[in-house]
Ligand binder design. Structure first.
Ligand SMILES: Cc1cc2nc3c(=O)[nH]c(=O)nc-3n(C[C@H](O)[C@H](O)[C@H](O)COP(=O)(O)OP(=O)(O)OC[C@H]3O[C@@H](n4cnc5c(N)ncnc54)[C@H](O)[C@@H]3O)c2cc1C
Length: 394
């Protein structure tokens, strides 16, 4: 049965990506009605992989979705970093036995469409959630005791509150934080997904492998129970393009990876069409709620992908937000403040540390030697200690 929260109106969610869907589901599990507005004609994710740290499974377990996400995922036995010029192993971090003992949750990699599909199915199974496509949110008004949003087609919708889950280029953030366009990092990611049969047998690895090169890195790992193989090549470039689905030029890629190990080049050669992402983030902020309006996921704290945490953080946000709303359902502005208070230092730290990891992966010369010296002698437990602030949360 639907709970009330001062008004009987639903929560309005702008954006039906990973963050928007999981926010809707977490709120509905607490008994609140939700309307999700997605601008695209269908709910979908781009074709690429995503890594899931143990912290996402801790919150997914709370809302009963852990097993469903793991069902389609691949569980890599280890994470490995190698020098892209010499092939030398820099680190090898086991992700099975000792890892699960330490963090109490697994590490997994999955196709974005699979985790997004799991969240979508969960939402479709709830009679408290209404999912609406081809609905672009253009503006909103906070009337003190309710909100209205204006859609691109001129329609208006009324709700008890608005959650902006509209990603990196969020319209809702423009009004709440007003910090302009995202910061362009000068790094570009090219991505592709191959069928397992398209990967040369001697190159297929069950692990998450990262080849660190000067101002580049290349990551690969299996997806969808091992049936697919995900490839992401990152390099420094001034190219800028908004959105997440433009086609990338092969020549530009080759220019940056010249001289790297044959294992890297042979894998890059397999790809016919690359899609590119221009990587952006923002400075962390602590105030992303105003009255009955708040932000979640990339709209609140967009980060570079070097810690593989944007979707994990959006999922953590959703579960914390729903808990705070359930604690003070008659004071939504208070619940939103409590939510951001619980989240901003953790998400801000992740935004900043993601930049540091990017520098670290792309190091050259003496900096690269120092990096290798600092981390190659670590024991497995020391490697776990280094990331415990992140994987041990939220
Ligand atoms: C190269 C790369 C690799 C990554 N790897 C990882 C990883 O391994 N692990 C991890 O956890 N994260 C990773 N991330 C980060 C992760 O992809 C994002 O943090 C996550 O997708 C953010 O989800 P979101 O729902 O907040 O935003 P988005 O996924 O951007 O979703 C926003 C949604 O809102 C819709 N929308 C936008 N504007 C409007 C509007 N006005 N009205 C209605 N709808 C609107 C959009 O169409 C979209 O569906 C990676 C990112 C990149 C670029």
């Amino acid at each position: 049965m639907a709970r009330t929260n001062g008004t009987s109106a639903p929560f309005l969610v702008s954006g039906g990506g990973i963050g928007g869907l999981i926010a809707a589901y977490a709120l509905a599990r607490q008994g609140f009605p939700v309307r999700v507005f997605e601008q695209s004609p269908e709910f979908r994710e781009v074709g690429a992989g995503i890594q899931l740290g143990p912290n996402i499974f801790r919150v997914l377990e709370k809302i009963g979705l852990k097993d469903a996400v793991l069902a389609d995922a691949h569980r890599p036995p280890a994470q490995e970093m190698r020098d892209a010029l010499t092939g030398k192993l820099i680190t090898h971090i086991p992700l099975d036995g000792a890892f699960i003992e330490r963090f109490g949750q697994p590490y997994a990699v999955t196709h974005r469409a699979d985790i997004h599909g799991t969240f979508l199915q969960a939402c479709q199974g709830s009679n408290l959630i209404t999912l609406e496509t081809s609905r672009r949110v253009d503006g909103f008004e906070d009337h003190g005791d309710h909100v209205t949003v204006t859609l691109e087609n001129g329609e208006r919708a009324q709700g008890c509150a608005l959650i902006g889950c509209d990603g990196m280029w969020s319209k809702i953030r423009e009004r709440i934080v007003g910090d302009g366009k995202p910061r362009v990092s000068g790094h570009i990611a090219y991505r592709a997904v191959l069928k397992r049969s398209e990967v040369p047998a001697d190159l297929w690895r069950p692990d998450v492998v990262l080849w660190a090169g000067p101002r580049t890195h290349f990551v690969h790992y299996p997806l969808r129970r091992g049936e697919l193989y995900n490839l992401v090549a990152v390099f420094h470039s001034d190219h800028y393009e908004e959105g997440w689905n433009a086609e990338g030029s092969k020549d530009l890629l080759w220019k940056h990876f010249q001289g790297q190990r044959p294992e890297v080049l042979r894998m890059l050669e397999r790809i016919e069409t690359w899609r590119l992402w221009v990587l952006c983030d923002r400075e962390p902020v602590k105030d992303w709620s105003q009255g009955r309006v708040t932000l979640l996921g990339d709209a609140a704290h967009p980060m570079l992908q070097y810690l593989a945490q944007g979707a994990c953080m959006a999922t953590e946000d959703a579960v914390v937000l729903a808990e705070k709303v359930a604690t003070t359902p008659h004071d939504l502005p208070g619940a939103f403040k409590a939510y951001q208070q619980a989240r901003y230092l953790r998400t801000g730290r992740t935004q900043i540390m993601a930049r540091v990891y990017g520098e670290f992966y792309h190091a050259r010369g003496v900096t690269a030697e120092l990096r290798d010296m600092a981390i190659s002698g670590r024991t497995t437990q020391q490697s776990y200690d280094g990331i415990a602030w992140l994987y041990g949360g939220p």
